[in-house]
Design a protein around this ligand. Structure first.
Ligand SMILES: Nc1nc2c(ncn2[C@@H]2O[C@H](COP(=O)(O)OP(=O)(O)OP(=O)(O)O)[C@@H](O)[C@H]2O)c(=O)[nH]1
Ligand SMILES: [Mg+2]
Length: 288
């Protein structure tokens, strides 16, 4: 087991869907002023590193802010590529821990949220889960009883956090009401500093040791399978629309089908572009 040295910063990656509060959490923990989002659009578009010192021993820490999955201004492919590249180049060696943030104010855990979490699970793997903390945010926006009920569901659902928690991960709350969330953020970090070990996540092992291309890694294949499925759906709907255009004699129907055809062509182009971008990493060499 590798322990990190006092002089080397302990690297902690912060991940999660767009808008959950990753940059805000890093600001709370470190006193920095990273840009935070104002709209539904994703805010952070690059990997950002923030240095801070932790605890009485002033352990140097590098908090790594990542762009969120599920935003409209960056595709999941771009986000995963950035994270993958960081994990095998800049972070290079080992991580002190990984934080996954989830917004407790979301009334339903929908498909997109489940998918993001599945991707995160695949990125982490099932080893070293004691170095993973799932952090719930936005407690101030929900009635406490409702939020606690949701927290229980997150903890107990096999499709959500239960498998990771059983494997040793922690589920903790981050509340920003007092001292801009500073003490809450410090206690989140406590969960990662008690074991004092440094780890590689599964994505690093698959890219560096097993030399897999990104789309063939477990996290990459979630995106790649998803894109392929959506592209196929798009193509089969296009075939139906073409048939409809040939057959219809009704002008209003023809116009609406023609508008749909144009949209579908654009969608098809966008999926192809993303599939190409993900496969581009096939020829990339990630070097430690
Ligand atoms: N009410 C409330 N708002 C929060 C909380 N955490 C973050 N926010 C707000 O949510 C918005 C998005 O926060 P960010 O920190 O930019 O979220 P992010 O996860 O970094 O988002 P991306 O960079 O787009 O991935 C900002 O307006 C924050 O002020 C919270 O606990 N409660
Ligand atoms: Mg951000």
């Amino acid at each position: 087991m590798v322990t990190y040295l006092d002089k080397q910063p302990a690297i902690i990656a912060v991940m999660g869907a767009t808008g959950v509060g990753k940059s805000s959490f890093i600001n709370s923990a470190s006193g920095h002023r990273l840009a935070v989002g104002h709209a539904l659009d994703s805010c952070t578009q690059e990997i950002q590193e923030v240095r801070m010192e932790w605890g009485k021993e002033k352990t140097p820490v590098l908090l790594v802010d990542t762009p969120g999955f599920g935003g409209s201004s960056m595709s999941d492919t771009e986000v995963l590529r950035l994270i993958a590249k960081y994990l095998v180049t800049s972070a290079g060696t080992k991580l002190a821990g990984v934080i996954y943030m989830h917004r407790i104010s979301d009334s339903k855990v929908e498909g997109g949220t489940r998918r993001n979490f599945r991707m995160f699970q695949q990125l982490c793997g099932s080893e070293h889960l004691q170095q993973v903390v799932v952090v719930t945010t936005w407690w101030d926006q929900v009635n406490k009883q409702v939020a606690e009920q949701r927290e229980r569901q997150l903890r107990e659902s096999e499709a959500l956090f239960k498998p990771m928690l059983n494997g040793g991960a922690s589920l903790v709350r981050h509340e920003m009401l007092q001292d801009n969330g500073y003490s809450s953020a410090q206690s989140v970090l406590d969960h990662l500093f008690l074991p004092r070990v440094a780890i590689n996540v599964k994505l690093q092992t698959q890219l560096v040791v097993e030399k897999k291309p990104l789309p063939a890694t477990d996290a990459g294949s979630i995106i790649s399978d998803d894109l392929t499925r959506k592209a196929k759906q798009c193509v089969s709907r296009l075939v139906e629309v073409h048939e409809g255009l040939k057959r219809t004699k009704d002008l209003a129907i023809w116009l609406s089908l023609e508008a749909e055809r144009k949209d579908l062509q654009e969608e098809k182009k966008a999926f192809r572009k993303q599939i190409k971008a993900l496969s581009k990493t096939l020829n990339e060499r990630f070097v430690l």
